[in-house]
Design a protein around this ligand. Sequence first.
Ligand code: FES
Length: 223
Amino acid sequence: MVPLIVSSMQDIGANNMQDEGQKSGIDKKRRHFLTAAATVVGGAGILATAVPFVSTLSPSAKTKAIGGPVEVDIDGMKPGEMKIVKWRGKPVWILRRSEASVEDLSGMTDLLRDPDSEVDQQPEYAKNGYRSVKPEYLVLVGLCTHLGCSPNYLASNEAHDFGADWKGGFFCPCHGSKFDLAGRVYKGVPAPANLVVPKYQFISKTKILIGDDSGSGELGASS
Ligand code: FES
């Protein structure tokens, strides 16, 4: 009996050991499972924390890419000189007009389809004889109002075969539309409207902010 008992004890011990072994195997498996689960949960936690961060960044990055204002330094620009910047994926022209070009604008009326900018193609502060905040500086979206080509800038001192009334301006070679040095469309061309003036402001004497007319920048030209 004793051996049996011993045996039984041994069996029991063995069984216990086996149980313990199984248990520890189970525990190990369980531990592995829990560790893996914790890793997944931890990873998910990191992801959960990371995703809002990424999604917080994404819209502003996208916003910046598609529509943020663009600052342009106009210091040192000479009369007749034009700068081109990109805003919202479009070319924006900043042209410094000469005094003579500014004076010429008032004599163009009969040649133009919308000389007084009645069609809403500019902010209110650019609805004047110059279509600009300051007479000297013209700011335009450089896309033709016909089918969206980008017209060429033809300076006032260049000779072109557009007749004696031509005082410089913009010519769209796609279908022959012409615009004066305020971006006003000529009569009898395919383009239906004046070139668009974007919103903008002078944030200092030498800096223009394209795409933003809020805040304390200078707006509103003398007409
Ligand atoms: S796109 Fe400019 S004239 Fe047609």
